[in-house]
Design a protein around this ligand. Structure first.
Ligand code: ADP
Length: 263
């Protein structure tokens, strides 16, 4: 594992208007891992990502991306390093899949220039990687939820970012498509192509895919570690306020979490 973290956030204190959320939050994300952020609605997951990406800036905070302070990056430099897939990011424009994926190349090309052979090669490669070649000329808004999400990942691949940050990328997908997308992201990590940081709600998907889990509650990082360390019965019950049973997957030795829906 690379010793320089993908990102470090120190001393984040943040309120929305008068409502305090983070008080001196510190968190580090190592490179080369599939990292998930979990926690109940409103615990601060999206806000944390916004601080990491420089969309929000807290006074007195220090945010590093790889070996440099975040504020030293130009927009273009940032786009080469990090790719962000926000929640429910459906565009209203009539761009084709190929054109949407091509947007990932803009950080690499000079302003207003045509796409180079290298750009086109990267775009086609990314589309093939996510298995969307058969719909590459289709208008993106006409894709299914799973295809659309794959297209956003293709855009991130074309961008060649070392760090891919996704906010609930599979929340609206069926379990087959959830597995496809998460497996694709995991493959990027396993092949040392990118570090993946991903907000997820399904704790069983978190358990199956994460190298590191960060659990948040009320703006506090309550735990960070392996799935076995973080996804304990006691912690899940207290953070989510629901009883759960935990067993071990005999194949992977990872926890399987079963909420007690009815009691
Ligand atoms: P999560 O992603 O864990 O659901 P968020 O980071 O979206 O949590 O929100 C954390 C808290 O901050 C919530 O109480 C939410 O209502 C509040 N919040 C988020 N965005 C804003 C905003 N733009 N203005 C005011 N409050 C906000």
């Amino acid at each position: 594992m690379n010793t320089i973290p993908a990102a470090t956030l120190e001393r984040i204190t943040w309120s929305y208007r008068t409502k305090p959320l983070f008080k001196d939050l510190n968190i580090q994300f190592d490179q080369g891992a599939f990292i998930t952020i979990v926690g109940p609605n409103g615990s601060g997951k999206t806000t944390l990502l916004r601080h990491l990406l420089g969309m929000l800036r807290a006074e007195g905070a220090v945010v590093h991306l790889f070996d440099r302070p975040l504020r030293s990056y130009s927009q273009r430099e940032l786009a080469k390093k990090v790719s962000y897939v926000p929640q429910q990011n459906k565009m209203d424009y009539d761009f084709t899949v190929q054109e949407c994926v091509a947007m990932g190349r803009y950080a690499h090309s000079s302003r207003l220039s045509l796409l180079t052979e290298e750009d086109n090669h990267r775009i086609q490669q990314a589309i093939e990687e996510v298995e969307l070649s058969h719909v590459k000329d289709r208008i993106a808004t006409e894709l299914s939820g799973g295809e659309y999400q794959r297209m956003l990942i293709a855009r991130a691949l074309a961008q060649q970012a070392q760090f891919i940050v996704l906010d609930e990328p599979v929340s609206h997908l069926d379990i087959h498509n959830q597995r496809e997308i998460l497996s694709l992201l995991k493959k990027l990590v396993d092949q040392n192509i990118a570090t993946v940081l991903c907000v997820l709600h399904d704790l069983n998907a978190v358990s199956a895919f994460s190298d590191i889990v960060c659990m948040m509650k009320d703006g506090v990082l309550v735990a960070q570690g392996t799935v076995q360390e973080v996804l304990t019965q006691e912690r899940i019950e207290s953070v989510y306020r629901i009883e759960v049973n935990i067993t071990e997957d005999p194949q992977t030795q990872r926890p399987i979490i079963t909420p007690c829906w009815i009691r």
